[in-house]
Design a protein around this ligand. Structure first.
Ligand SMILES: NC(=O)c1ccc[n+]([C@@H]2O[C@H](COP(=O)([O-])OP(=O)(O)OC[C@H]3O[C@@H](n4cnc5c(N)ncnc54)[C@H](OP(=O)(O)O)[C@@H]3O)[C@@H](O)[C@H]2O)c1
Length: 274
C-alpha cells in the first residue's frame, strides 16, 4: 500500500543546504502541504528570509516545531544532532517518525537521546535531489516498522532513486553517493577543460562533458550491464579511446577515485564526534 501524506504534519529541523533541498522539493512536488509544514534554522535572520522564500513558517525553536508533527526531518550537522534531540525530547513520542539525514549519526544514538520507542529512519540523500535526480540510501532503526520505511521510500522517491541498506553500510554510502556529486563535478569540469584545450568553445565542451556523463550513467542504470563491458564497446582496437584510457591508467584515475571514497567513508565514521 502506498504511503499517504495527506494531512501529515512535517517539521524540518535544520533547513540548510540538504534540509532546504528536501523541503523545497517535497513542497514543489505537492507531497507536503505548506499549511502542515514548518522548519527551523539556527539564525533568526535566516529564518525570516526562508519563511518568505519557501512560504512555510521557519523559526529557531525546535521544540515548538516538532509539537504535533507526524514526521520530523533532522537535517542539522552531525555534531548538533545530540543537542537538538535533547531539545525536542519532551515533544517527541513513538507516534512520530524521525528521519535523520545526518552523516555519521547512528539510529541508536538518536533512539537513546529520545524517550520511548521512537521510530527512526537514517537516510543519506545527495544534492541532485534538488532536480529530482538524487540518490538516497536509508536504513531502519530498532523501532521503525515496515510502514515507516515505506514512508521514507515514498518521500525520497520524489527526489530521485532510493535503496535500502544495512546500517553498517551508511558511512560507505556517505563516501560514495553523498560526497559523489563533488567528485563527478570535478571530473566534468576537467573534461570540459580538456575540450577547451583541444579547441572547443567552453559552453560546447561543458555540454558534451555533461551529456556524456549523463548518457553513460543512464546506460549503466537502464541496462544493468557491467561498466567494463560498456567501456569495451567504446574501445576500438588501435583506435583513439584506448590511447585516452592509457593516459587515465597512467594518471591512476581508478585508484585515486577508490582512495577518495575510502577516505570520505572513514571521515564519515568520525563526523558526529569531531
Ligand atoms: N550537503 C550534502 O550534500 C549532504 C548530503 C547528505 C546528507 N547531508 C547531511 O545534512 C546535514 C546538513 O548538512 P548541510 O550540508 O545541509 O549543512 P548546512 O547547509 O550547514 O545546514 C545546516 C542547517 O542547520 C541549521 N542549524 C544549526 N544548528 C541548528 C539548531 N540548533 N537548530 C536548528 N537548526 C540548526 C543551520 O542554520 P543556519 O542556516 O541558521 O546556520 C543550517 O540551516 C548534515 O548532517 C549532513 O551530514 C548533507
Amino acid at each position: 500500500m502506498a504511503a499517504d501524506f495527506a494531512g501529515k504534519r512535517v517539521a524540518v529541523l535544520g533547513a540548510g543546504k540538504m534540509g532546504g533541498i528536501l523541503l523545497k522539493a517535497l513542497l514543489d512536488k505537492g507531497l507536503l502541504s505548506p499549511k502542515a509544514t514548518c522548519a527551523t534554522v539556527a539564525h533568526e535572520d535566516r529564518a525570516r528570509c526562508l519563511t518568505e522564500k519557501l512560504g512555510v513558517p521557519v523559526g529557531t525553536d525546535n521544540l515548538a516545531a516538532v509539537r504535533g508533527a507526524d514526521i520530523i526531518f533532522v537535517c542539522v550537522k552531525p555534531q548538533v544532532v545530540q543537542e537538538v534531540m535533547e531539545q525536542i525530547r519532551p515533544n517527541v513520542s513513538p507516534n512520530q517518525l524521525i528521519i535523520s539525514v545526518a552523516a555519521s549519526v547512528a539510529t541508536n544514538q538518536i533512539e537513546k537521546a529520545l524517550a520511548g520507542e521512537v521510530p527512526v529512519i537514517r537516510a543519506m540523500p545527495n544534492t541532485p535531489c534538488v532536480l529530482g535526480v538524487g540518490m538516497t540510501a536509508f536504513c531502519k532503526g530498532r523501532f521503525a516498522k515496515p510502514q515507516h520505511a515505506e514512508m521514507a521510500s515514498a518521500l525520497f522517491s520524489v527526489v530521485g532513486r532510493t535503496v535500502v541498506v544495512d546500517e553498517k553500510h551508511m558511512d560507505a554510502v556517505t563516501g560514495l553517493s553523498a560526497s559523489g556529486p563533488a567528485y563527478i563535478y570535478i571530473i566534468l569540469e576537467s573534461l570540459a577543460e580538456a575540450g577547451v584545450k583541444v579547441g572547443l568553445p567552453r559552453d560546447i565542451a561543458t555540454l558534451l562533458a555533461a551529456q556524456t556523463t549523463l548518457g553513460a550513467a543512464t546506460v549503466v542504470l537502464e541496462t544493468g550491464d557491467h561498466p567494463a563491458l560498456l567501456k569495451d564497446a567504446v574501445t576500438t582496437p588501435a583506435g583513439c579511446t584506448i590511447d585516452g584510457i592509457m593516459e587515465l591508467e597512467e594518471g591512476k584515475l581508478r585508484v585515486t577515485l577508490i582512495k577518495a571514497v575510502v577516505k570520505a567513508a572513514q571521515r564519515a565514521k568520525e563526523l558526529a564526534y569531531s
